[in-house]
Design a protein around this ligand. Structure first.
Ligand code: GLA
Length: 370
């Protein structure tokens, strides 16, 4: 039987958080941790899914009987298969065996890695010739419809389009993107994982998204040309959204408008190797996510506080959707081990929980392995 092995990675994001679904900019990169899928054609019409890491399987009788499953891991795959069925006819069924070393709930896009591996792999194996951008949107739709998270496009984009040693600046309004090498001369990226994932994360994510949309509607009452927060500025926000009566919406929009602007300025800092200014903006992003956008949590705030006054950490912030997961830190390479040790000790003392850290290397997006 014809078979293929593909992998699709998780991602980091240097700056530009909660901006993707507001038509702003993001600056992600794909990392070495990835989901790997072996996909094999079958002689019949069945679909056999296997989660190697969980030692579980799930069988779907035919391509005509695809629906949401009680097994969450299977939904990430079924969600993608459904997107294909809308566009293409599978000539046969198939087996998918999946395993992943992207930590779950760490804010490294473990779900996008699975969705992209499946989307990329099925497209290759059945030679459907769907272009990578469409595959990216299909993977995102799977997350919307089968995981219930109204996510933006950043995670699936990074997992699909990542490039070794490069970060990618994506304009989420036009989907134009630009790669550039990440040169952190003398510095390195360290991720600290809180080890917590709050249950509210998905519903709160969807609430933030709709608060932003409400904000746009309010701004449109005086500025009808504004289609998204990308087109808005703080003056327009002050003109139309009352801090008193619409406090949540006001704060969300303020953060997003500032973050879209900050991401562009930070990218210029990074390109001109002004790491110090870049790092300062990471701290500002954290403050905005914590105090205005309200998606941080005590553990994430603690991790940022622990490095804030350390002269060998030039920037740190929570990363991804929030409510747990990782912080991303830019640390002086020569002091890396000492910093990790200090932060791990303090975190353990303060929270009673162990702290895990990850060193990242930047790798290619979805690709065939065999
Ligand atoms: C999650 C979503 C992304 C993005 C980030 C926040 O990772 O999947 O689309 O919105 O949160 O920047």
């Amino acid at each position: 039987m014809q078979s293929i092995i593909v992998k699709a990675p998780g991602r980091i994001n240097l700056i530009g958080e909660h901006t993707d679904y507001n038509n702003g900019f993001v600056l992600p990169a794909a990392i070495q941790m990835a989901a790997t899928a072996t996909i094999t054609k079958r002689a019949d019409d069945q679909i056999h899914l296997e989660a190697i890491d969980l030692n579980e399987t799930f069988i779907i009788d035919s391509l005509a009987s695809l629906s949401i499953s009680e097994k969450q891991w299977a939904n990430y795959m079924i969600g993608v298969i459904v997107q294909f069925v809308k566009k293409q006819k599978f000539p046969t069924g198939f087996n998918i065996s999946l395993s992943s070393n992207v930590p779950i709930g760490a804010g490294l896009s473990s779900s996008a890695a699975i969705e992209c591996a499946i989307a990329f792999g099925l497209n290759e194996l059945f030679a459907f010739n769907i272009d990578k951008m469409d595959l990216t949107f299909m993977a995102q739709k799977a997350e919307h419809d089968f995981a219930g998270v109204q996510c933006g496009i950043m995670d699936q984009f990074a997992s699909m389009f990542g490039k070794k040693d490069q970060v990618v600046l994506l304009d989420c309004a036009t989907m134009e993107f630009q790669y550039f090498p990440l040169e952190l001369t003398g510095y390195q990226i360290v991720l600290f994982d809180t080890g917590v994932k709050h249950a509210l994360a998905s519903s709160e994510y969807n609430t933030r998204r709709s608060d932003c949309e409400m904000g746009v509607k309010l701004i449109q009452t005086k500025h009808p040309q504004v289609q998204s927060l990308r087109d808005a500025n703080l003056q327009m926000l002050h003109d139309t959204v009352s801090e008193l009566t619409h406090n949540n919406i006001y704060r969300c929009c303020k953060y997003v408008i500032e973050e879209i602007e900050r991401t562009q300025a930070a990218t210029a800092n990074l390109k001109s190797n002004d790491l110090k200014s870049f790092g300062q903006k990471m701290f500002l992003t954290h403050e905005g996510l914590s105090k205005l956008y309200d998606v941080s949590c005590p553990e994430l705030d603690l991790l940022v506080d622990l490095v804030k006054d350390n002269e060998n950490v030039i920037g740190a912030r929570m990363m991804g959707g929030g409510f747990g997961g990782c912080t991303i830190n830019i640390v002086k390479a020569t002091h890396r081990e000492t910093i990790i040790q200090q932060v791990e000790n303090r975190y353990q003392i303060n929270t009673g929980k162990p702290l895990i850290h990850y060193l990242v290397s930047i790798q290619n997006g979805a690709e065939c392995v065999a």
